[in-house]
Design a protein around this ligand. Sequence first.
Ligand SMILES: CC(C)(COP(=O)(O)OP(=O)(O)OC[C@H]1O[C@@H](n2cnc3c(N)ncnc32)[C@H](O)[C@@H]1OP(=O)(O)O)[C@@H](O)C(=O)NCCC(=O)NCCS
Length: 181
Amino acid sequence: MLKRILYKWLRVRIRRSGAKIDGDFYCESFFIKGTAKNFRSANHLYIEKDAIMSIKENGKLTIGAYFYMNHYSIIDCYYQITIGNRVQIGPHCYIADFDHDLVVDLNRPFHRGDKKLAPVIIEDNVWIGAGVTILKGVTIGKNAIVAAGAVVNKDVPANTLVAGVPATVKKVIDYPVNANT
Ligand SMILES: CC(C)(COP(=O)(O)OP(=O)(O)OC[C@H]1O[C@@H](n2cnc3c(N)ncnc32)[C@H](O)[C@@H]1OP(=O)(O)O)[C@@H](O)C(=O)NCCC(=O)NCCS
């Protein structure tokens, strides 16, 4: 009973934040930090506890249908992150569309304040394993798999498995895709 009330309250909070979710979603905590009105998602959004979407300044985060994000993962969006349909993100991942400036500016309290921005795109059916870091400017192609622990700093071709630091293609995926789903 208490759980149902908490869940309803959470749904109201999400709607009130200005976030747009077309349809059903499941989450255990309020997962949007910052500019929630720039958050847009299709239906069947499933966010595990302590996963966070952080949308800052004019960042725009768009997510397709049937999205799953596991515990303790973070999407850090200052600019533009676009995620397709049926994308699964494992636990402890970090996805960002910015870098800090490499120059140290001691006149500023946060001395690497300026940001270099570049969009991140994650296409349909991508699976991102546990502990993956995805850096700015990267596109991960359709059906790709990013193995646990990888750091992705370059585009990942569709239908490939990448692994390692930095991530490189380990093999082409030729598993069947069930077209009925
Ligand atoms: C990618 C994965 C699914 C294995 O897929 P697979 O098709 O069985 O791949 P293989 O074991 O044949 O590995 C292919 C190559 O990639 C390498 N590889 C696989 N996973 C790797 C990883 N996490 N880090 C580094 N290299 C890896 C293998 O060593 C192999 O390299 P080689 O050809 O030089 O020997 C698995 O390794 C993985 O990372 N799973 C993620 C698990 C996870 O995060 N679970 C949380 C649930 S969301």
